[in-house]
Structures are given as structure tokens and as C-alpha cells.
Design a protein around this ligand. Sequence first.
Ligand SMILES: Nc1nc2c(c(=O)[nH]1)N[C@H]1C(S)=C(S)[C@@H](COP(=O)(O)O)O[C@H]1N2
Ligand SMILES: [Mo]
Length: 273
Amino acid sequence: MSQSSEPPRRTAQLPKDDLPESVVRRRMIKAFGWFALASAIPVGIYEWITHSVGAQGIKRPLRKVIEANEQVARTYFSDNHLVRTFPVEAAAKKARVNGYDGLKSPIPEDWKLQVDRVNEEPLMLSLDDIKALPKHEIVYEFKCIEGWSQIQHWGGTRLSDFVEKYKLGTRPGAARSGNSTGADALFKYIGLETPDKGYYVGIDIESALHPQTILAYELNGQPLNAPHGAPLRLIIPVKYGVKNLKRIGRIFFSDEKPRDFWAERGYDYYVGL
Ligand SMILES: Nc1nc2c(c(=O)[nH]1)N[C@H]1C(S)=C(S)[C@@H](COP(=O)(O)O)O[C@H]1N2
Ligand SMILES: [Mo]
């Protein structure tokens, strides 16, 4: 290192007028290069996000509908991270049980999943109808807002596959101007409740259609038992336990926030992870 009291003057500190023209030109080119690179980064990130969505298993027609509404699409893409999964061996052999609201009466013998639709009769589906859709299994860390968590292994059908198969969740004739696909827009929320309406949740549509959200009928490869939500429950890994409604009786779509059992008792409505 130089020990002189005057630090050696570097060319960068010279007044610009003193610099040879070739140096100035080189610097301008360099500066422009940095500028071009900096502008390319956000574009690159956007491209990466929009393309990785397809790679994570969102079905084309569904994406079209989602893309139809720019605001929804933005939230949807940003919510589209996947939660961490584990090998099957990591799952608890005996899953913990918590919460019996809406489960106090026996499971209705004539249980059907009621799905409300706009300007149409509700769908009344059997468990076999649900099982006819592709099966999806997930092993992940289930988290209860009360402070416990457990790695659990669930099986069922993706809610997004179900919504696509039965053409649900869209608001007819709500296509926006300037929307080239002409697709209907999605409702903002999905509501679920137990057959006796003793427990109920509302969920933003982006989280509901997340590729890891499932209508579950199996736990550890076995049919669900009553305390875990037989015959069909929601498993939504991007949310805390409270939103994972057990024993689904009815599903509906809405632009207004569906009422929510724990939100009414002071918890955050979205309780996302
Ligand atoms: N019908 C119903 N579903 C429910 C609840 C409930 O009380 N009733 N409790 C919720 C809460 S707080 C949690 S943590 C999970 C627990 O699911 P598990 O009993 O399968 O562990 O279910 C959720 N779904
Ligand atoms: Mo919970």
C-alpha cells in the first residue's frame, strides 16, 4: 500500500474534460451495459415466476381463467410457492386429533358433498365421485395455530382438479373488457361447512387452488376416521390447521368473505403460513 500522505490520483477522479475521448466512450458503453442488465432483471424474474407456475402442475384451462383476472393472477402467482414435503417414513404413525366442532353428531348416513352452483341445481356427489379423480398424496408438516405441528401423510384429490372437472368457481359473464381470453373470472373465495354447520371456513381462492390443497379421504393410506374428518376433509398446507375443515358437507363460491368460525372468534381471517 502507498504510504504517501497524498493518495495517488486515480483516473476516476479526474475531471471528465481531462479524459481522452476513448476512455469516455468506454465508460459510457460500460454504464449503458449496467443499465441494460438492471432493467433485464425484473423482466427475467417475472418470466421465471410465470413459467414456473406451469411446471408446478397448474392445469392450462385453470390458468387461463386465473390469468383472465390480472389482480387475482398477481396474488395467485405470488402465493404459488410449494410447502416443504417429506418422505412417507417421516410421517407420524398416529396423527394428532384436535377440534370437534361440527363433528358432534354422527356422520349422516346419506352423506353427499353438496356443491352450490350459480343458476344451477347444487351438485350432490358421493365419495366415489371424488375418488374417481386423480389421487394426490402429500407428506408435510401440519401446523396448528395453538402451537403444535406434526408431519402427516394425507391422500385425496386436488381441489384444483375437482374445480376444473366440475367447472366450478367461475362467475358467469363477468369477463372484463380488454380480456383477450374471454374467460369468466373466478370468485374470490370458497366457503366450506360441516353438514350440521357447526364449523365453517372461508378461504381465498388462490390458496384453495394451490397445487397442494386437497379434498382428503385418506390418512396414512387408510380411509379417514370420524375424528380426523371422515368421509372427506380439507387439507390446505399453505394455511394453519383451523382452515383444514373436517367432515365437509357443503362447498360454495362467493365474492364476499364466507363466514369463518375462528375469524369470528378473533383469529386472522387468512391465517396463511
Ligand atoms: N369440523 C372441524 N374441522 C376442524 C376443526 C374443528 O373443530 N371442527 N378444528 C381445526 C383445527 S384448529 C385443527 S388444528 C385441525 C386438526 O385436525 P386433526 O384433528 O385431523 O388433527 O382441524 C381443523 N378442522
Ligand atoms: Mo388448530
